[in-house]
Design a protein around this ligand. Sequence first.
Ligand code: GUN
Ligand code: ZN
Length: 480
Amino acid sequence: MTVHRGHIFHIAGSPLVTEAVANLAHYQDGALVVDDKGVITWCGSWSELPAEFATATTVDHHGAFLLPGFVDTHMHFPQVWCGDSYGGGQLLEWLNNCIFPSESKLQDRGYAKAAAVEWVDRMIAAGTTNGLIFGSAFPHAQDFLFEEARDRGLRIVAGRGIQTTGPDSGHLLMTSEADAIRLTREEIEKWHPLDAEERRHALQFVAIVPRFSLSVTPTTLAALGDLYDEYRDKGVYFTSHLNENARPGTGEIDSTKAVYQVDSYLDTYDGKFLPGSKVGGKTLLGPRSVMAHSVHCTDAELARMAETGTSIAHCPVSQLFLGSGTLPWKRTVASGVNIAIGSDWGAGDEWFIPQVLNSCFKVHISERQPVGIDPYPSDDQSLSLHPAELLFTGTLAGARALALEDRTGNFDIGKEADFVVLDPSKWDMYDQTLTRMHQSDDPTTRRDAFLFAVIMLAREKALTETYVRGRKLETSTGPK
Ligand code: GUN
Ligand code: ZN
C-alpha cells in the first residue's frame, strides 16, 4: 500500500461533460492511496486519511499536483518525427508531400525500432498514460510498438494503418485487399487479449484502422466490416478520420462524397458505402469506435454517432495546424456524442495534453458562426470552457471513448491508479504564477481559477512522473 500525498484534482464519478463542474474533486493537501496491485483504495484530504492507511509508505509529492493520466485518443505512431512537416497546403497536400513518404521510412526495421522507442518515451514524458494510436502499415513496426509499450507498462490501443488505394506517394504503405485483411487479422490474433479474463487486466489492445475512406475501397470496407463483426465482442476497437477538411471541391470531404457517391461521409464507415448510401456491408461504428476530427458533421451524422456510442477525438492543435476549421462545441455536445481530446501528433505539433487543452480553450472562446465581417454575429458560438470541462475532456472522456471508464480516467475507488505528477518547482514561471496569482475570496472561484492556471500554463518540463496502474514508468534513458 502506498499513499501519494499532493495537490489533487480529478473529475469524480461518471458525469457528462456538462456535469463535469459539479463532479470536480479538489484536495489541496490530498492523499491517493494505491494498493500493491495498483488499484485505488482511497482518495481524499490528507487530514481525513483513514487510520488503516496510517502505516502505509508515503510518497510526499510536496507542492506538486496529482492529476489523472492524460488520455490521447488520436495520434500517429509513424509520424513520430513529422511534427515539423510543411506540406505546402492543407490535409491532402500535406499527406501526399510529407506524410506518405515519411511513414514509408518505417519499412526499415532499424528506423522502425528507433521510432517505437522514441514514441513510447514521448508518451511517458508527456504524461499520456493511454493512447489510441494510428499505427504503421508495416507489421514489424507494429510489433516494435506493442513490445515497447508492454515492456514499459504503458496503456495503448493501436492498429496498423490500412491503405489499399491512393496516390503514388503512398505506394509503399498500400497492400492488396486480401493482404490488408490478413495482416489486420494477424495483428489482432497476436496482440489483442482475446480471452475475456486476460482482457480485464490487459494494458495493450488492437484497433482496426483504415486510414480514411479515401485510402480504401468499398470492397475493403465490406471486408473490414466482416472482420470487425468477428472480433467486436472481443473488445477490438475501430478508428479512422471523419469530416476533417472541408475545402470545396478538392478537399477531403467533397472528394470522399465524389468517390463513393454517398450522402454523408459517415455513411462510408456505417456500412452504407455504395452509391446513394446504399447498404453494402456491416457498420464499423459502436462504443469502441472513435472518429478523429469530426469538425464538419451534419446533425444526422452526430445523431448516428450518439446512437451507436461512437466517440469523437477532438484535435484542436491539428485543426489549427492544417487549417481544418473548428469543431462546433455547443452543437456537438448537444448531440450527446462523447468528445475526447487528441493531439493528432504528426499533424498536431504538441504531445502534451494540457497544451492541447489550452488550444481547445482558445479555439472555442474564438468560435464564431458564421465567420463574417461582424465579429459578434447574433449566433455567436463563443464559449469559455470551464477548467473542469477541460480536465474531463483530457482524462475521463478519453477513458470513456476507449470503453475503459470502469478501469481508469479518474481517482474513484476501485480504479487502476493512472496518474501524473506536475511539479511547478521545475518551471519557475509556472511556480511564480501559481504562488502569486490573484486569489478570489470566493472559494469556488479561487479553485476554478487555480485549476485553469494549472492546466493552461502547464508545460511538459513540469511533468515529473507518470504512473500506470500504480507503477512509475521510465523513459528509455531512465527516470524523467
Ligand atoms: N487523414 C488521413 N490521414 C491522416 C493523417 O495522417 N492525419 C490527419 N490529420 N488526417 C488524416
Ligand atoms: Zn490523424
